[in-house]
Design a protein around this ligand. Structure first.
Ligand code: HEM
Length: 212
């Protein structure tokens, strides 16, 4: 469940996303030289209907987050929960921090490039950090193939699990975060971004773990 802290993605299909990345970096002469301001303006000119997500991003960064333990996380795509009779219910996940379970904010040193990981590490040393796993139940006409559509706010919510972080682990093996790996009773929707991520993350994993 790779998640972001805003509930929607910027495009409905991978081709548009790739074109946006090309637009963003069109004027670059090296990674350090990308002018993100110009790139974002060029994306807006070409895709004015995507203004809402750029506004959501801007809102979120008005104030820097002080802790990973206080943010909400959205895996974005719809999935199906399937019962024994084969009936399918579309859902979207959300991780919601459980207030009060976490030890007091350890001073976040925002001058450090990795201050959020450091802050979480310090918190977990002093106690645990918990999140509720929530599902929102989609209604009949809610989209299941469009990650730019976060669904209306009033959808029924159910708490179906809880995640508690008790210690920081640094795995020796590289991990593949493929969002299409699901367990029995859960099925993938036709979201083209979700299926494209399966291939893209495998390529990235191979590059960083096996130098392919
Ligand atoms: C066509 C669309 C997308 C492409 C091509 C893409 C591609 C990638 C790639 C190649 C990585 C590095 C993976 C690795 O090495 O393990 C990555 C990481 C990531 N992606 Fe995407 N992605 C897409 C859509 C999304 C969406 C919809 C989300 C929202 C949930 C998302 C959230 C993330 C996050 C949070 C990471 C960092 C994971 C980590 O901490 O290692 N991506 N993406």
């Amino acid at each position: 469940m790779v998640s972001t802290t805003i509930p929607m993605f910027i495009t409905k299909d991978p081709e548009t996303f790739i074109d946006m990345l090309k637009t963003l970096t069109a004027e670059k002469t090296g990674f350090e030289k990308i002018d993100l301001g110009v790139g974002i303006l060029n994306i807006l000119k070409k895709y004015p209907e995507r203004k809402n997500i750029l506004i959501a991003l801007k809102e979120q960064f008005k104030q820097l987050p002080t802790s990973y333990a206080k943010l909400h996380y959205y895996p974005i795509h719809a999935f199906y929960f399937v019962n024994k009779e084969g009936n399918r219910q579309a859902i979207k996940y959300e991780w919601q921090p459980i207030e009060g379970t976490s030890p007091k904010n350890s001073e976040a040193n925002i001058t450090s490039a990795d201050y959020l990981s450091e802050e979480l590490h310090n918190r977990v040393k002093n106690g645990s950090v918990s999140f509720d796993l929530i599902i929102r139940l989609g209604c009949k006409n809610d989209t299941t193939d469009d990650p730019t559509d976060p669904w209306p706010d009033d959808r029924q919510k159910l708490v179906v699990g809880q995640l508690t972080l008790e210690e920081s682990l640094f795995p020796n093996e590289p991990i593949l975060f493929d969002p299409t790996i699901v367990t029995e009773g859960i099925e993938l929707t036709d979201d083209p971004i979700l299926h494209f991520r399966h291939k893209a993350y495998a390529i990235s994993y191979n590059k960083r773990s096996k130098n392919e």
